[in-house]
Design a protein around this ligand. Structure first.
Ligand code: SF4
Length: 336
C-alpha cells in the first residue's frame, strides 16, 4: 500500500492510503472509476444501483431557501413519499433491470444519489443506512451523495462506522472553489463550509468523492488548474465533473434566453476538463466527466447528449456512465 499525507486544518494532517497508484493511458492523466472498482473488486463485475430514499434538499425545502441552485431544475420539488417505492423493492427491481441490461453482475453498490442524503438527524440515517446494509443482499457497498452543510452532529462518526462495515463513498457537492460563484448560483454554502466538511470526513474509513462544475459564470480562466490543485491537495478519492449546461425551468434558463449566459462549447469544456484532470494525483479517479440531462430539458447546443463522441474526443476510451455502469435514470443529474 502506498500512503501520502496532506495538511489538514487546525494543525492536523490527512493520511490517505491508496490501494495502487493507477497508471493512466491518457497523456493528461485520465483514470476512470471503473479502473478503481477493478482494483477494489479484482475479477468481479460491480455496478451502482440508484435508490431514492426520499430526502429533500435544504436549498429547496425551506431549511435554507426554496429557490435552489440556479442551474437546478428541481426547485420546488420535494420527493413524494407516497409515490416512492419501498427501498427493498427498488433494490430488487434495480438488480433485475441491471442484469437484464448488462448481463452477469457479481455485486452492487447502493447509490443514494438524489438530493441531500444526509439531510436529517443521525438517528434517521442510522435506521435507513444501517437497515439497508442488513436488508439488501448482494450489496457490496454504498455511495451517499450530499451537501457539505448536511452533516449534523454525530453524522461523521456514524459514516465512519458504516465505512467499517462496507465499501462506502460519500459524495460532496462543491461546484466551484470561489465564494462569489457559489453566491451567484445561490448555492447556500461557501467554500469554507466545504473545507470544514472535508476536514470532518477526510481520513476516515470511507472514500470521498467531490462534484465540481466547469463553465460557471465568474469562475475565471484558471478554474480548471485551481480546482484540480485543490482536489489534489485533499483526501479525495474520486471526482465528478459536470459541464455547465442550461436546463429549462431553471433561473439560468432566463439568463440564457435573455442572452446573458452561454453554456460551454464542447471544445472549451474538453480543454478545461483535460487541464483539471492533469492536476490530479495518480490515486484519484473520475466517476463522471460529462453532465446528464434529457434532451427535452436542454437549452442550446446539446453536444453533451452524445457521451460516446465526447469520450472519444477526450481519449477516455469506453464510456464510464454516470453510475460506473449502473442504472440509468430518466431524471436529470442532481448535484448534491
Ligand atoms: S443542485 Fe442539489 S443542492 Fe442545489 S438545489 Fe438542486 S438538489 Fe439542492
Amino acid at each position: 500500500m502506498k500512503g501520502a499525507s496532506f495538511h489538514r486544518g487546525h494543525g492536523q494532517k490527512y493520511i490517505l492510503f491508496s490501494l495502487v497508484d493507477s497508471e493512466s493511458s491518457s497523456p493528461w492523466g485520465y483514470r476512470s472509476y471503473r479502473d478503481y472498482l477493478a482494483q477494489r473488486f479484482p475479477g468481479k463485475v460491480v455496478r451502482k444501483l440508484c435508490l431514492e430514499a426520499g430526502f429533500s434538499c435544504p436549498n429547496l425545502d425551506g431549511t435554507l431557501g426554496i429557490g435552489g441552485c440556479t442551474f437546478c431544475n428541481n426547485r420546488g420539488f420535494v420527493p413524494d413519499a407516497k409515490g416512492r417505492k419501498d427501498l427493498r423493492e427498488q433494490w430488487e427491481r434495480g438488480k433485475e433491470k441491471l442484469r437484464q441490461r448488462h448481463g452477469e453482475i457479481d455485486g452492487f453498490i447502493a447509490y443514494f444519489q438524489a438530493f441531500s442524503n444526509t439531510h436529517g438527524p443521525v438517528e434517521k440515517l442510522k435506521g435507513l443506512y444501517g437497515g439497508a446494509m442488513e436488508g439488501f443482499d448482494e450489496c457490496w457497498g454504498m455511495s451517499i451523495s450530499t451537501r457539505p452543510d448536511c452533516l449534523a452532529e454525530g453524522v461523521p462518526e456514524f459514516l465512519e462506522e458504516l465505512g467499517k462495515r462496507t465499501f462506502l463513498t460519500v459524495e460532496l457537492g462543491l461546484q466551484s472553489d470561489r465564494d462569489e460563484v457559489l453566491k451567484n448560483i445561490n448555492r447556500g454554502h461557501d467554500v469554507a463550509c466545504f473545507d470544514r466538511a472535508v476536514n470532518d470526513l477526510g481520513n476516515r474509513s470511507f472514500d470521498l468523492c467531490v462534484h465540481v462544475m466547469l463553465g460557471l459564470p465568474g469562475e475565471g480562466d484558471d478554474a480548471p488548474e485551481r480546482m484540480g490543485q485543490k482536489l489534489a491537495s485533499l483526501p479525495v478519492r474520486s471526482l465528478k465533473v459536470h459541464n455547465l449546461h442550461i436546463m429549462r425551468g431553471t433561473a439560468m434558463a432566463k439568463d440564457f434566453e435573455e442572452g446573458r449566459l452561454l453554456p460551454l462549447s464542447k471544445e472549451a469544456y474538453l480543454d478545461g476538463l483535460r487541464r483539471l484532470i492533469a492536476e490530479l494525483r495518480p490515486d484519484q479517479f473520475c466517476q463522471r466527466v460529462i453532465a446528464d440531462a434529457p434532451d427535452r430539458l436542454l437549452l442550446g447546443d446539446s453536444w453533451c447528449q452524445d457521451k460516446q463522441a465526447f469520450l472519444k474526443d477526450l481519449g477516455a476510451g469506453e464510456v464510464p456512465s454516470e453510475n460506473a455502469g449502473g442504472l440509468r435514470v430518466s431524471t436529470p443529474t442532481i448535484q448534491p
